[in-house]
Design a protein around this ligand. Structure first.
Ligand SMILES: [Zn+2]
Length: 272
């Protein structure tokens, strides 16, 4: 009992020492692993993922070209936005990549360092470039708000105590890798965009909308998009999915609340 309470005190101290304020959300979050370590892990995992999937060539495939163009427009807008706010240090190590893979999964994600994947299964739901830009903006916002780091830190703490990532990788390679892939929603067993916590989802919606607006997209498409997502998830027939996504109506309500203000303050027409 005594040693248990000492462990709890020890963990609480670690948690306190490991909390960092996020540059864009301003929220304090648990961060046990460094961004550099996660970016390095992302490079390896991204390559490995792409080597196993059918990646569509952006020179020959129209949709892959669209994904790449949206990625370039949004990342360019983000770099500018960060520069204007003296936050460019936050983007050090970012080497943006945008790939479309041929897969029925309704999914998209962004690993730290700007490694983005969109699955073709998402396209019948996004239907148009503006809605796809909203999803890509949302996934990039998860990465920039460091939600993956937060999730990775939480599962590291749960599984290994406060083990350094490099030690965990050596001692428990499979568990560490699984924690990483889970944290970034890669290979979700549900075959559907894996939700983060409600707070993380609201942050990703807010900043994702802002980034897509900065890149000149019609972000009003977000509302019909999430309605289509809701219908599609209903048709998916998976009760497990519905249990993890109870909040699409709430998401739409929140998006409607910030829509006009986001367009007024952030929309910049695309000049290209
Ligand atoms: Zn999300």
């Amino acid at each position: 009992m005594k040693s248990n309470s000492m462990i709890i005190v020890f963990l609480l101290v670690i948690i306190q020492l490991s909390c960092k304020t996020n540059a864009i959300t301003g929220r304090n979050q648990l961060k046990l692993v460094s961004d550099t370590e996660l970016q390095n892990m992302a490079v390896t995992e991204y390559r490995q993922f792409l080597s196993k999937e059918k990646v569509l060539n952006s020179n020959t495939d129209k949709n892959a070209m669209i994904v790449k163009n949206i990625g370039i427009r949004i990342s360019t807008a983000i770099i500018k936005y960060y520069n204007e706010r003296n936050l460019s240090a936050e983007l050090i190590g970012y080497k943006w990549e945008y790939n479309l893979v041929d897969s029925k999964q309704v999914n998209a994600w962004c690993m730290p360092g700007g490694k983005i994947v969109v699955y073709t299964g998402l396209l019948p739901i996004t239907k148009n470039e503006d809605a796809l830009a909203v999803v890509i903006g949302h996934e990039i916002a998860h990465a920039l708000a460091k939600h993956g780091n937060e999730r990775m830190s939480q599962s590291m703490l749960q599984q290994f105590g406060n083990l350094a990532l490099s030690v965990a990788v050596n001692n428990k390679p499979k568990e560490t890798r699984d924690a990483f892939l889970n944290a970034y929603g890669v290979g979700s067993s549900l075959g559907f965009i894996l939700p983060h916590s409600r707070q993380q989802e609201l942050e990703a919606d807010k900043f994702g909308l802002r980034f897509a607006a900065l890149a000149g997209y019609n972000i009003r498409e977000a509302i019909p998009l999430w309605n289509r997502m809701k219908t599609a998830s209903g048709n998916n027939g998976s009760t497990e999915f519905l249990n993890t996504h109870p909040a699409e109506d709430r998401r739409i309500t929140e998006l409607n609340k910030i829509m006009d203000e986001t367009i007024r303050n952030y929309f910049r027409p695309n000049m290209n």
